[in-house]
Design a protein around this ligand. Structure first.
Ligand SMILES: [Zn+2]
Length: 307
């Protein structure tokens, strides 16, 4: 719902005239998405996604987009540039814009420099189409966008799989983009529980394994749980930490997964993955309730540690 609002109210205004200014973006990215999150349009969308999910601004951008099944704005911009190309080519031949377009296209094809262009913008703009075609090795618009989308998703996949911070995410939470289905926990009505689940999934929490990374100077042992002296990771909090009582959560899980509490850690992790990918929002909500308690505790703890 929030994303729909964003698309209708914000995106349409933010992308006004992107057929022209989007060219700069195109040249910057050249089909490569490494610099993506530095562009103004993505910054805007990322900010909105983080606000919607209720996670901090240091959360990882691609994971945030993933959670909402949102693609980068630049894909929309590139599509609009290509559509604009067609609109120009389809103009009647008594229009100046059309003639300038044809001249420029011919000049480009023959490798002439084109300083005398009647509509200089068109040349730069035509170049940008070439950038798209060259970077994707495709000619028709639909294939170009398809390739760019696939490039982007591949990049995200690589990033998530190699990221230290998103280890748990890549193992347990990653969603299938092709299905375009947002994870079912988004249908839980209670906002704070939804947020607790997102924070846990994309490691935007305050567990020591993460907070220690932002500490300067870093002290050895900072990533350990102050009670159990084990690394305070997602698995530690979920299955081992002595700070939390998981009787209620385990009982609920065992209604569906027999003898859950007796399983080994990898088996338990696999079951949690199953639950998070299922449509059993009641059970996911119970898990979220537990996670919320762990976040609240860490928040209080970090706060008292700061003062
Ligand atoms: Zn612990």
């Amino acid at each position: 719902m929030a994303i729909k609002l964003f698309n209708t109210l914000v995106k349409s205004i933010a992308l006004y005239g992107c057929e022209i200014w989007g060219m700069d973006l195109l040249k910057l990215l050249k089909g490569d998405f490494n610099l993506l999150d530095r562009t103004f349009s993505e910054k805007l969308q990322n900010k909105f996604c983080k606000m919607t999910l209720g996670v901090g601004k240091r959360s990882i951008n691609c994971a945030v987009r993933n959670e909402l099944c949102v693609l980068p704005m630049c894909l929309t911009i590139f599509k609009r540039i290509l559509d604009y190309n067609h609109r120009l080519a389809d103009l009647s031949n008594d229009r100046i814009a059309y003639n300038a377009y044809i001249d420029d296209r011919n000049a480009n094809n023959h490798g002439f420099s084109n300083n005398k262009s009647r509509v200089n913008n068109i040349k730069t703009w035509y170049d940008s189409i070439m950038v798209l075609q060259n970077s994707t090795h495709q000619q028709d618009d639909e294939s170009i966008i398809k390739v760019l989308r696939a490039n982007y998703l591949q990049k995200v996949n690589e990033y998530i799989n190699s990221s230290n911070r998103l280890k748990f995410y890549s193992k347990v939470c990653k969603i299938n983009y092709e299905s375009s289905q947002i994870p079912s926990y988004h249908f839980i009505k209670n906002l704070s529980i939804r947020r607790a689940i997102t924070k846990f999934r994309i490691s935007a929490h305050k567990y020591a394994c993460l907070t220690s990374k932002f500490k300067n100077p870093r002290v050895e042992g900072d990533d350990k749980c102050d009670l159990c002296n084990e690394i305070e990771s997602e698995e530690h909090v979920l299955f081992h930490c002595l700070k939390y009582d998981r009787a209620k959560l385990y009982a609920k899980i065992e209604e569906n997964y027999e003898k859950f509490s007796e399983q080994s850690e990898p088996e338990k992790t696999a079951i949690i993955k199953n639950i998070l990918h299922s449509k059993d929002t009641k059970l996911i909500e119970e898990l979220g309730f537990f996670l919320k308690i762990t976040h609240d505790k860490e928040e209080v703890h970090n706060h008292s540690g700061d003062s």
